[in-house]
Design a protein around this ligand. Sequence first.
Ligand code: GLA
Length: 382
Amino acid sequence: MNLNEAAASLLGAACGSAPTVVARAPGRVNLIGDHTDYNDGFVFPMAIPFGTAVAISPRTDRHVTAVSERFGSVSFALNDSPTTSEGWGRYLHGMVWALTNHGVDVPGFDAAVVSDIPGSSLSSSAALEMAIGTALAALAGEQVPSAALAQLGQHVEHEVIGVPVGIMDQLISAAGVAGCASLIDCRTLEIDHSPLPDTVRVVVLDTGTRRGLVDSKYAARRAVCERVASALAAPALRDVTLADLEGVDLDPTDRRRAMHVITENERTLGAAACARGGDAVGLGQLMNASHESLHDLFEVTGPAPDVAVRLARKLDGCLGARMTGAGFAGAAVALVEADAADHFVAEMTARFVAPPSQPSTEPPAFHVVWPVRGAHVVQPTA
Ligand code: GLA
């Protein structure tokens, strides 16, 4: 049974109804460009074959009941504030609230949610938001463009969940294209999809570690970036060059954070150009440099991703490896020559052990992934 069928079957078991709509949205891995999106910069992520499926059927009253295979049941009334919901229900409730405010006539409904996104750092929250948003828009018979849907998800994160995320995760989950990584200009939301060279494979290195209590660190990094931009009277760090930083009186740590963002934007543009030109070696080198910058200057790589990255780089056929996403723990990503990928995965599986300072709480796992399409309805409205 695939994910879509599993969601439909869970809806039947929990609510006794057949779905009117089933929608699916993928998780993502970011190849390069981390902590740049909220600086109006550039990112180069791809949607991955792991995702979240939502099966929905309308109700005649103004209530929502929903069940998640992993996280249990939630229920609320459409008029309740989304902050009255807890756990995963807050994401669902938040999307209902955001879509309604956007003018979508969301009815009461029953829903079932199934996901196979492993570990952390692979955007399971964004996939949940985009799957729910896609399903509810279809249920209401509305077209919501992917950029608008992504912005609604980001709005939920800011206003309902309380984390000041950028747009990357929601936008790639909504708008990914099969076979392509996507260069996103996070200021204009323009997307340039580049087919990945077929001589390489992307391997997700899930260290089995989770970040706890790091939302505050993420928010603190964002605040530093905004402080430096404002000290330079720039709208965002996107508009600042390394030369601009010279001669300005900045806290040394703040300066290093800004240097990461400025150089990461350059690397990300370079990496997308490498991918377009089929230069997998160049792409891998930029991924390596990105990790070092996130480690030394931005200081967001966790001990376990660091160990995974260092091990990956020693293995045959590895062209580059780096942390991915917010950092601190969770997954890393490697670019590996296609014919070395199976051996690479076997070696990582045999040799990776998370360090005592950040032990795995789930078994580490290594997945060869190829880009898939973004959020879509898999079973149209009846
Ligand atoms: C998280 C956020 C994104 C982005 C990354 C870091 O995944 O949700 O918006 O800021 O961290 O690049």
